[in-house]
Design a protein around this ligand. Structure first.
Ligand code: DC
Length: 216
């Protein structure tokens, strides 16, 4: 069974998806981390960002895989490295590159084959798994999402400027919703949850109840 969770940056998708997967005994796939891993490799290889073919050629060679919710480049666990501010800024180039999206979509479908899995991203219930049994759309106001991102960075000891993160989130919303391939949009028939006044546990608890009563 496939459960997709889509929604904008900072809606709480990663933590909710991880915890929901644990509660249900499902695997978990963080597809944003895959686009981030391509950007991390681009930074390490000092690529010319304006040359989209260069990043595509690099992505085609990358040994990206996801295991137990961790993201790897070959043997290296890059799950933390892909969350830096620098990588976040450059991920635009991989997420908006149609050839890289096609590669990632194939890889995500491959990773999910035959599994019970919770998969999260922007296009999971629409482009990647249009036939998923259960589709969830998580969202929150931009102000709430910025607060969450700032505290995420602070927990990792990185400095975070509220206005800068707000600018980044608005920019990413615009780019995620308007790209030609795999844009962020709410899947038809998705379970829609506004998370502003909910804790992670509230959201996970609500979803566990819905999934168990309607789908299992
Ligand atoms: O969820 P996140 O912040 O880790 O995602 C990083 C970037 O990747 C974000 O700009 C949106 C993009 N992304 C995407 O285009 N498609 C996905 N399935 C997942 C993430």
């Amino acid at each position: 069974m496939i459960i997709t969770i889509d929604g904008p940056a900072g809606a709480g998708k990663s933590t909710v998806a991880k915890n929901l997967a644990v509660e249900l005994g499902f695997d978990y796939l963080d597809t944003g981390a895959m686009y981030r891993a391509v950007a991390l490799a681009g930074l390490r290889n000092d690529i010319h960002w304006e040359n989209s073919n260069e990043l595509t050629a690099l992505a085609e060679q990358l040994p990206i895989h996801v295991q137990s919710g961790r993201t790897f480049l070959g043997d290296e666990d890059v799950s933390e490295a892909v969350r830096s501010v620098e990588v976040t800024e450059k991920t635009w180039f991989s997420a908006n590159n149609p050839a890289i999206r096609a590669l990632m979509v194939r890889c995500q479908q491959e990773q999910a084959r035959g599994k019970n899995i919770v998969t999260e991203g922007r296009d999971q219930g629409t482009a990647v798994f249009p036939d998923a049994e259960c589709k969830i759309y998580l969202t929150a106001t931009p102000e709430e999402r910025v607060k969450r991102r700032v505290s995420e960075y602070q927990k990792r000891g990185e400095t975070a400027n509220y206005d800068e993160i707000l600018r980044q989130i608005n920019q990413r919303d615009t780019s995620d919703m308007n790209r030609k391939v795999g844009p962020l949009c709410e899947p038809i028939n998705a379970i829609h949850i506004e998370t502003d006044n909910m804790s992670i546990d509230d959201v996970v608890g609500t979803l566990v109840k819905i999934v168990k009563s309607r789908f299992l």
